[in-house]
Design a protein around this ligand. Sequence first.
Ligand SMILES: C[S@@+](CC[C@H](N)C(=O)[O-])C[C@H]1O[C@@H](n2cnc3c(N)ncnc32)[C@H](O)[C@@H]1O
Length: 204
Amino acid sequence: MKEAKIHWENVYDKKSYEDASWYQEIPETSLRFIKELELPKTSKIIDIGGGDSNLVDYLLKEGFRDISVLDISEKALVKAQKRLAEEAEKINWIIADASEFEATQIYHLWHDRATFHFLTKADQIQNYVRTLENSIVSGGFVILATFSANGPEKCSGRTIKQYSKEDLEKLLRDKFELLRCENIDHKTPGGTIQNFTFCYFRKK
Ligand SMILES: C[S@@+](CC[C@H](N)C(=O)[O-])C[C@H]1O[C@@H](n2cnc3c(N)ncnc32)[C@H](O)[C@@H]1O
């Protein structure tokens, strides 16, 4: 098993979501951005590195019917499935490394909060961006949230890559137009403030 997968399986074995630094009872910024996109309820949505985040619960409540959640950790997805009980059957669960994943369908929205920034090698970043570019319908959207230049340098004990608005714009500008970018302070359950670059783009 790859080191990253071992790490994340271990994290989800030991930690409840409420204790994780990235915990959000309500994923407010993601939900606000998704509302602004005015997507039809039939839109295909994928949450990359969704883990056992509550976003999927809110998307179901909003009436979205074609939701995929991808994560490197099977344990994370099993936790989310248990929480959702029979509602879990409505979701397409994908156990995969986001830097190697080959999408088999086209999405209208790609959402990633605090996963992309764990990819620190150039080839991982290139693969992720290539899949992202190829997997979103023209006119579709990507919401990307990473630690900012004023944010932490590590998460879950792992080195991350910080991005400013300009960094993300440069990375995606060939195929995507930046529509909104905000710096968002996230308060961890331990009370620490983590600054995120939270943006959304439309595919040209
Ligand atoms: C900081 S957590 C964020 C979880 C969730 N997005 C949220 O906002 O609550 C990072 C998540 O990314 C997953 N992850 C880390 N590296 C990954 C990779 N290469 N491919 C897919 N998932 C990955 C982890 O298992 C974990 O669930």
